[in-house]
Design a protein around this ligand. Structure first.
Ligand SMILES: *[C@@H]1O[C@H](CO)[C@@H](O)[C@H](O)[C@H]1NC(C)=O
Ligand SMILES: *[C@@H]1O[C@H](CO)[C@@H](O)[C@H](O)[C@H]1NC(C)=O
Ligand SMILES: *[C@@H]1O[C@H](CO)[C@@H](O)[C@H](O)[C@H]1NC(C)=O
Ligand SMILES: *[C@@H]1O[C@H](CO)[C@@H](O)[C@H](O)[C@H]1NC(C)=O
Length: 234
């Protein structure tokens, strides 16, 4: 393709998309307050950035990752009720480092929860940006607390390569067969995309940035498991 051609093609495509977009009519519409479609709402003072969601297998509990907190909501009760809350902020030293690296203490140096997945029947796995120092942890579903070590401190794991440093970057995560597949930015600058496979018993796999088959400004939006024949590598 000749240079200069691509922007033009893209332009046409965008215009076409806009034209199509204006004719799209939703299959179903409900007015706000329509008794036929009850909408439950939940918010809590001091909790912002409800970014990450996970529905329990029985469909009764919605886990929500926000800023410096993970919530468990009972969505079968009306109104929606708070069943559990895990406060999880970056340590003061992590916040100081974050501010030292010229990030904002008011908007960025928090723990934005970006991964919340069902690891197995008893545990969730979660990761957050943790003041530009991505960190992961296990959640015990039964009592909705972070799993702790022998000293009672949360058992934290390095989250680099699984969760973004910067809350502005998108990421994706999926559990398949007890293994975690993620797509995110691998570095502080946010220009090194990486896809990886971790947890489980097999060796950790990561895409090699030297091969640069992922574009520097890749944005990860979603991931799916395409089941293959039994026994085939995923
Ligand atoms: C949710 O709330 C309803 C009504 O209060 C209760 O009957 C039910 O047991 C709760 N479910 C869970 C999963 O906590
Ligand atoms: C960041 O803000 C908190 C209050 O929200 C304050 O306690 C803390 O000292 C500030 N940290 C830095 C490094 O400015
Ligand atoms: C679920 O995973 C956690 C963390 O790896 C582990 O401690 C626990 O034993 C597992 N539970 C089951 C039922 O496999
Ligand atoms: C939560 O439950 C686990 C076992 O299921 C236990 O090891 C842990 O101490 C409990 N945590 C709290 C805070 O009760």
């Amino acid at each position: 393709m000749k240079p200069g051609r691509l922007p033009w093609l893209l332009g046409c495509f965008l215009i076409a998309a806009a034209a199509v977009g204006s004719k799209v009519v939703p299959r179903m519409t409900f007015q706000r307050g329509d008794p036929g479609r009850e909408i439950g709402a939940f918010s809590q003072e001091g909790i912002l950035n409800y970014d990450t969601f996970l529905l329990s297998a029985d469909g009764e509990t919605l886990y929500v990752g926000g800023r410096d907190a993970i919530l468990a909501l009972n969505i079968t009760s009306s109104p929606i009720s708070l069943k559990g809350k895990i406060p999880w902020s970056p340590s003061p030293s992590k916040r100081r480092e974050c501010v030292f690296k010229k990030k904002s203490n008011e908007t960025e140096c928090f723990n934005f929860i970006r991964i919340l997945v069902q690891l197995n029947e008893t545990h969730l796995y979660t990761c957050g940006t943790c003041a530009f120092s991505p960190t992961c942890a296990f959640i015990d579903v039964e009592n909705f607390t972070l799993v702790t070590d022998a000293k009672g401190e949360p058992l934290l794991q390095e989250g680099k390569g699984l969760c973004p440093f910067d809350p502005r970057h998108q990421n994706t995560a999926l559990i398949v067969g007890g293994e975690l597949y993620t797509g995110t930015m691998n570095n502080f600058q946010g220009n090194e995309p990486v896809i990886s496979r971790t947890l489980g018993s097999r060796t950790i796999l990561k895409t090699d940035s030297f091969l640069s088959w992922l574009h520097d400004d890749a944005a990860f939006v979603a991931s799916f498991n395409v089941p293959g024949p039994p026994g085939e590598e995923k």
